[in-house]
Design a protein around this ligand. Structure first.
Ligand SMILES: [Zn+2]
Length: 253
């Protein structure tokens, strides 16, 4: 029997036996692992706090060969404020589910773990940032960290749909022309598409959406939630993200 120290986040919990919990733990350096927390459902269990969904902690594990069990735990953050707002709670569950479905067992994915922790922290802080905007930013960066970035400028046929020389600011709305209706561009599974090339499931986006995506692709993780966007931009942005995640991560969300 060996001992292993891990730091990570509980992204799924389920009942196991009469008083135990089985945890899907997203661990730094190890990726996703399954852990059993013996007696964690007993009211006086020493693992009561650490064996909860969204809890980030240091654990000492016994490796029994077939399964890992918790022997010590030290909670770093439980992101408690998420539970005070229903929309944030639903989104936090969704973010953890996306990580659970796409991160393979035993494969290091520290950048995705880092993004997930920053996202839960952003939901807790609020700071006037709508949860839907946090979700849009998370989804775009999540896609990039999984190796996918859509084409934002040129259709597959070569038609240029968006200038390539501009420098994105952190305010995509301000970058949108204000004289009249913002132009709308088709967006498909690989990115922008012209009227002739667009697929049936394409969705409409504005330049503000493309600017927001470009900002996120260029942003380091600490800047992912600094972007501002209005409600209609966020809605179109999430529509495009949904299309991309369904196609490239096989996620029907
Ligand atoms: Zn085209």
């Amino acid at each position: 029997m060996s001992i292993k120290k891990v730091r990570g986040l509980v992204i799924r919990e389920s009942e196991h036996g009469e008083t135990n919990k089985r945890l899907t733990f997203f661990a730094k350096e190890y990726g996703k692992i399954t852990i059993t927390a013996i007696g964690a459902r007993k009211p006086k269990s020493k693992f009561l706090a650490s064996a909860q969904l969204f809890t980030y902690s240091d654990l000492v594990l016994y490796d029994g060969g077939n399964y890992l069990t918790v022997s010590q735990s030290d909670v770093i953050d439980n992101f408690y404020a998420i539970r005070r707002d229903f929309d944030s709670l639903v989104l936090a569950c969704y973010f953890c589910k996306l990580a659970d479905k796409t991160v393979p067992y035993g494969t290091q994915a520290d950048d995705i773990l880092h993004l997930l922790l920053l996202t839960l922290s952003a939901l807790c802080k609020g700071n006037g940032t709508p949860p839907e905007l946090i979700a849009a930013a998370f989804e775009t960066k999540f896609l990039q960290l999984h190796g996918f970035t859509p084409e934002l400028n040129v259709c597959a046929c070569g038609e240029i749909l968006r200038g390539q020389t501009r420098t994105p600011s952190n305010d995509p709305v301000a970058d949108t022309p204000l004289n009249g209706e913002a132009p709308r561009i088709w967006f498909g599974e690989e990115g922008v598409a012209c009227d002739n090339c667009r697929a049936a499931n394409s969705t409409r986006v504005t330049l503000a959406v493309l600017n927001a995506m470009e900002y996120e692709f260029g942003a380091n993780l600490s800047a992912v939630f600094k972007l501002r966007a209005d409600e209609s931009t966020i809605k179109m942005w999430r529509g495009a993200n949904k299309l991309l995640m369904r196609r490239h991560l096989d996620l029907d969300i």
